[in-house]
Ligand binder design. Structure first.
Ligand code: SIN
Length: 292
């Protein structure tokens, strides 16, 4: 696969229209297949931090452009925990592209609220998800503003959860690997490479300084130092915040729509109301740093 060369280009003005009062903005007048100036990338980064998820329509770009755009924001990750030949897998020729494909034979949707890869010690900065095949109806994705969710809590709860530490693990993938016949040796190797990660329950966004609730049902296992019942009850209460519509935006996909979200301040959820229609998404994930 040939790398795309991005020479410097004139700064491009683009339109930005919030899609809700809480989160998300539609970006207009920008072609992600064209070289973009540093100033344009800086403006997109700033818009991402402010609006938390950016929506682009009609981006008839190549996979190389998708990768090149992602690399402007930092190094890209390869998801290490996927079994071979499944509908959730890395592209064979460009492993930084994660394919999330649902067919009649293999229906699949990430239908649990989560931030990506919080089982990593350094979870991703953001994800750039491109729709290649959209169902005629259904298959929307929702995002929740977890800084607004923190702000919406009462003072006592904010004080109680600030300073707590949660443990995150990739059990959901371990189960999938076992179902697909992965050996225990292989799983032990992954356990050693990706041990449980500890992150603050309330992280501070490294750019905006906002306080963000940073636990999610997919990957958080418990709150450190708390009795199981207390940890479960608190986590359930915090997970439920992502489900409050006031904190959410919902995006209807078309082929070549792109959503770019800030993984440090949001959670997302993919609906599974489109089965058995075909839906194919491709995700490029920008590496992040250690939450504090
Ligand atoms: C994801 O969780 O990254 C996938 C979201 C989607 O398929 O819409």
């Amino acid at each position: 696969m040939n790398a795309v060369t991005l020479q410097d280009a004139p700064t491009q003005a683009f339109g930005l229209e919030p899609v809700t009062g809480a989160i998300g903005a539609a970006v207009a007048g920008i072609n992600l297949g064209q070289p973009l100036a540093e100033a344009t990338i800086a403006a997109i980064s700033a818009a991402l931090v402010k609006h938390k998820v950016l929506f682009f329509r009609d981006q008839h770009i190549t996979t190389e452009h998708h990768l090149a755009f992602g690399r402007r924001f930092g190094p890209l990750e390869v998801h290490p925990l996927l079994a071979e030949n499944r509908s959730f897998n890395n592209d064979q020729t460009a492993p930084e592209v994660l394919i999330i494909e649902s067919t009649a034979e293999r229906p699949l949707a990430a239908d649990e609220w989560h931030s990506d890869v919080t089982w990593r010690l350094e979870p991703s900065l953001g994800s750039i998800l491109r729709c290649r095949i959209a169902p005629a109806v259904g298959g929307d994705t929702l995002w929740a503003n977890m800084a607004a969710a923190f702000e919406g809590l009462d003072d006592a709860t904010r004080a109680h959860i600030s300073g707590l530490t949660a443990v995150h693990d990739w059990e959901v993938f371990r189960q999938g690997l076992r179902c697909q016949g992965a050996s225990e040796d292989h799983i032990s190797g992954l356990n050693a490479a990706y041990p449980p990660a500890e992150h603050p329950v309330v992280r501070t966004h490294p750019v905006s300084g906002e306080k963000v609730i940073y636990v999610n049902r997919n990957f958080t296992t418990h709150i450190k130092g708390m009795k199981d019942a207390e940890s479960c009850a608190l986590l359930e209460r915090l997970y439920a915040l992502a489900r409050i519509p006031d904190y959410q935006a919902r995006f209807r996909w078309q082929a070549d729509s792109i959503a770019f979200w800030d993984n440090r301040s949001t959670q997302h959820y993919a609906t599974k109301d489109f089965f058995p229609q075909h839906r194919r998404m491709e995700r490029v994930t920008v590496a992040g740093d250690r939450p504090f």
